[in-house]
Design a protein around this ligand. Structure first.
Ligand code: NAP
Length: 376
């Protein structure tokens, strides 16, 4: 690798690293990091975006660099924006500061920005280089990119299973299949998401709290969602009891019991009636997108997991597999629904990562089959 490329890669990696520090604090905006380096490759400014601080990564890095930005290179994790949003265009700031070259891996997926930022910079005589670490940059902002392209949230299915693929015993007991380290990892995963979703069966069996207990800062509370056509969630359950501090949305159908709905709304739960009920996942996801929820972690149970997979709405999957065997033909499998007829039709993962958490194994990857219809 030549020296310039080596430098570019090192500095761009740093910009991606900085961007990642905004996790949990940028949605519905993207994660953005910026490094400004002089001709010798020495860093003169750094910044990353946090929604509340308003200033963009490029502005923060330029402020740090001051006059040393003149003739320097800006490494940005995503195409700088050229439109007036909550802040003036970052492209203008880069041009006015005298930046000579911009290295940014990918275009912004936001139609207001896509390609325009690069075009604005090039028109001002700035050398723009794209493509380097494009895969890593797209992965970093996978939730944002998906939501922008498809007008619905990015869906990550997470389940904890036994070696024999069960998510609970025949009595419905599911605590705890995995150990403390895997469960701590799940809280870090929750921290990356805007919402968490489960079915009525899981609420009835586990009375879960479904909060982000990672201890990491987040801009908005994790929104807890229940798919519940018969409104079985009661005011005595933990979700309802905590709804005033951490939001809960229950999706149900038009016929669901009015008294049960009032009892829940009195606790601060938001009841959303959909014409075709909670079974209409398209409508559920469209509703969440309109609420600026860019990503959803689906935590089961088997019925919900099956429906999401059958409908090809799942964008990412993590199974945490524990070395125990539950057994029993009545113990729920990880995934119900219709499933595949042939192994060749099964949901196979790509880009698989395997991580060990004490004795448990996490397998994370991306299903090859995903819905990909265009925005509309
Ligand atoms: N190990 C794990 O990771 C894990 C995670 C979660 C749960 N669990 C275990 O799994 C068991 C519960 O699984 P489950 O399959 O019985 O329940 P579930 O998938 O949590 O909930 C299914 C129920 O949700 C309602 N629902 C509404 N809209 C739906 C939609 N679009 N898709 C699917 N369901 C929809 C339906 O009930 P209505 O018709 O009443 O609306 C349906 O019967 C429990 O024993 C729990 O402990 C384990």
């Amino acid at each position: 690798m030549n020296l310039e490329l080596e430098n570019d890669e090192r500095l761009l990696r740093r910009a991606l690293e900085l961007a990642a520090q905004g996790a949990g604090q940028v949605s519905p905006s993207p994660l953005v990091g910026c490094v400004i380096a002089d001709a010798r490759g020495e860093v003169v400014g750094e910044g990353f975006y946090l929604y509340e601080q308003i200033k963009h990564a490029e502005t923060l890095a330029l402020e740090q660099a001051g006059a040393r930005a003149r003739g320097a290179t800006a490494y940005v994790s995503l195409e700088p924006h050229a439109h007036q949003g909550r802040t003036p265009p970052c492209t203008t700031a880069l041009i006015e500061a005298g930046i000579q070259r911009v290295v940014a891996p990918i275009e912004d997926a936001n139609p207001l920005v896509a390609g325009r930022g690069f075009a604005h910079l090039r028109a001002a005589g700035i050398e723009v280089q794209t493509g380097l670490l494009a895969r890593e940059a797209a992965r970093l902002n996978e939730k944002y990119i998906h939501a922008q392209r498809h007008a619905r949230p990015f869906v990550h299915l997470k389940l904890a299973t036994s070696l024999d693929g069960r998510i609970a015993t025949r009595t419905g007991d599911a605590r705890w299949i995995t150990g403390p380290q895997a469960r701590a990892r799940v809280h870090r995963l929750r921290h990356e998401y805007d919402a968490i979703l489960v079915g009525a069966g899981t609420v009835a069996a586990d009375d879960p709290l479904l909060t982000d207990r990672s201890g990491l800062p987040r801009r908005r509370p994790l929104v807890r969602i229940v798919l519940d056509d018969r409104l079985t969630l009661t005011p005595q359950m933990q979700l309802a009891e905590t709804a005033r501090t951490t939001p809960v949305i229950v999706f149900t159908n038009a016929q669901a019991d009015a008294r049960a709905a009032v009892a829940l709304t009195d606790c601060g739960v938001e009841v959303v009636r959909l014409p075709k009920g909670a079974r209409d996942l398209n409508a559920v996801l469209a509703h969440l997108y309109r609420r600026e929820l860019q990503s959803v972690l689906v935590e089961g149970g088997a019925t919900v997991a099956g429906r999401f997979l059958d409908a090809a709405f799942v964008n990412k999957i993590s199974f945490f597999i524990a070395p125990l065997i539950i057994g029993g033909s009545d113990a729920p499998p990880a995934v119900a629904g219709t499933g595949a007829q042939l192994v060749a039709d099964a949901t196979r993962l790509r880009d698989v990562e395997i991580t060990q958490h004490e004795e448990d194994v996490e397998i994370t990857g991306y299903p090859k089959k995903q819905r990909s219809e265009a925005r509309g």
